[in-house]
Design a binder for this molecule. Structure first.
Ligand code: AMP
Ligand code: GLY
Length: 427
């Protein structure tokens, strides 16, 4: 079977690595891919926003199945266009993808179906949003209604911060996506990410993950796309997972089906574990990056039949097996990220680093120039490791990082700290 993966990040490298291991696959391409993906798939420099070019590639190469990585492609309707051209794809349609691309869509769906989430108001005028904020008081959360590359959320601890966030969003800081805002109740608790495969009706839970969104150690500094993650998330007990399935995931899938937009693909629920039980923070309509990397490392089963079952509505017959080991990933980013990150610096020592026990290195923003791996963006490498415990996996990942020679890069040194503390407390 010939498979095409769309995207160019660490998430897509992990997907390609896992898909390439399937005995069902005879050929694997990635558009546009990166320097690391090139080891697992043939990379072709086609712009994903050019749907006609993607479809022409599928036709010319008789592609059997397309796996869509990034949210932007889903929001742009790539799955709809592929399906219209009679290509089978993994991922939601544009309408179903609103679970990620429109916060007000998801908030209304939760309200109408009693799905636990933060109370909210939805506004298209700054003055009305400010009045609501003054009435509710701080802390409070202000969100641009649309995709804003993970930067459209302000968790305001004071009234002034919240009012300034409204000003900024209506001032055009996020372009179109700030023309409407959602103002939410502040939820207190520990966060975890919960992933399920969906086929429009059935849901197959994957593993739980915890990530680290802040740029610097101690969860300090600006929010990023994610600086590291580990799986499983020990805070998500089996009982809590079941509660999330019953109270959040299944009602969502039923509601989407009833609306005529059945959700197919991977649904990524950000969950806040509050004193009143798990509540939905947000949905994403794709695998998380870097959460996907640790999921792929822990998945024992062939992923390809599961992805196809999502597209075919056959997930009810599927199950997946997982390794018991813990997986961790530490992101190495170019200094300056999440702000400006200069491109072109050389990275040495990757082969030696990858030899460590349980270690796997996925590439995010890398490019091969004159035979050398160079940095080509903010998040550049995902250094991953498996281990019997988070402590062991983390030691292995950092031992690998210490072999990488890249003065222009940085990473957090404390990925997994919550889980390590839990492990130490148990001893
Ligand atoms: P989002 O992009 O919606 O996931 O928001 C980014 C981050 O902001 C989340 O991972 C949370 O840490 C935080 N956040 C979002 N909504 C809330 C909320 N209602 N209460 C507390 N924290 C929130
Ligand atoms: N790591 C967060 C995300 O993929 O949205």
């Amino acid at each position: 079977m010939k498979i095409l993966v769309l995207g160019s990040g660490g998430r897509e490298h992990a997907l390609c690595w896992k898909i390439a291991a399937s005995p069902l696959v005879t050929k694997l391409w990635c558009l546009p891919g990166n320097a690391g993906i090139a080891n697992d798939a043939e990379c072709v420099p086609i712009d994903l926003t050019d749907h006609a070019a993607v479809i022409a590639f599928c036709k010319a190469n008789a592609v059997d199945f397309v796996v869509v990585g990034p949210d932007a492609a889903i929001a742009a309707g790539i799955v709809d266009d592929l399906n219209a051209a009679r290509f089978k794809a993994f991922g939601p349609t544009k309408a179903a993808g609103q679970l990620e691309s429109s916060k007000s869509f998801t908030k209304a769906l939760c309200r109408d179906n009693n799905i636990p989430t933060a109370a909210y108001g939805h506004f298209d005028k700054a003055e009305a949003a400010k009045a609501y904020i003054r009435q509710q008081g701080a802390p409070i959360v202000v969100k641009a209604d649309g995709l804003a590359a993970g930067k459209g959320v302000v968790v305001a601890m004071t009234l002034d911060e919240a009012l300034a966030a409204v000003e900024m969003m209506f001032g055009g800081a996020f372009g179109e996506s700030g023309a409407e805002v959602v103002v939410e109740e502040f939820m207190q608790g520990e966060e975890a990410s919960f992933f399920v495969l969906c086929d429009g009706e059935h849901a197959l839970p994957l593993a739980t993950v915890q990530d680290h969104k802040r740029a610097f150690d101690g969860d300090q500094g600006p929010n990023t796309g994610g600086m590291g993650a580990y799986s499983p998330a020990p805070v998500m007990t089996e009982a809590l997972c079941q509660q999330v399935m019953d109270e959040i995931i299944h009602p969502t899938l039923r509601a989407m089906k009833a609306k005529g937009m059945p959700y197919k693909g991977v649904l990524y629920a950000g969950i806040m574990l509050t004193d009143n039980g798990p509540k939905l923070v947000e949905y994403n309509a794709r695998f998380g990056d870097p959460e996907c990397q640790v999921l792929m490392l822990r998945m024992m089963s062939d992923i390809v039949p599961a992805l196809i079952a999502c597209a075919d509505g056959q997930l009810g017959h599927m199950s997946l097996r997982w390794y018991d080991e813990v997986a961790i990933t530490v992101i190495m980013a170019t200094k300056g990220y999440p702000g400006d990150a200069p491109k072109g610096s050389r990275i040495e020592g990757l082969d030696e680093a990858a030899k460590g026990e349980g270690v796997e290195i996925f590439h995010a923003g890398t490019k091969r120039i004159d035979g050398h791996i160079t940095a080509n963006g903010g998040r550049v490498l995902n250094v991953c490791a498996l281990g019997k415990s988070v402590s062991e996996a983390r030691e292995r990942a950092y031992a690998a990082i210490d072999k990488i020679n890249w003065p222009e890069g940085f990473c957090r040194r404390d990925i997994g700290w919550r889980a390590v503390e839990r492990e130490q407390a148990k001893r």
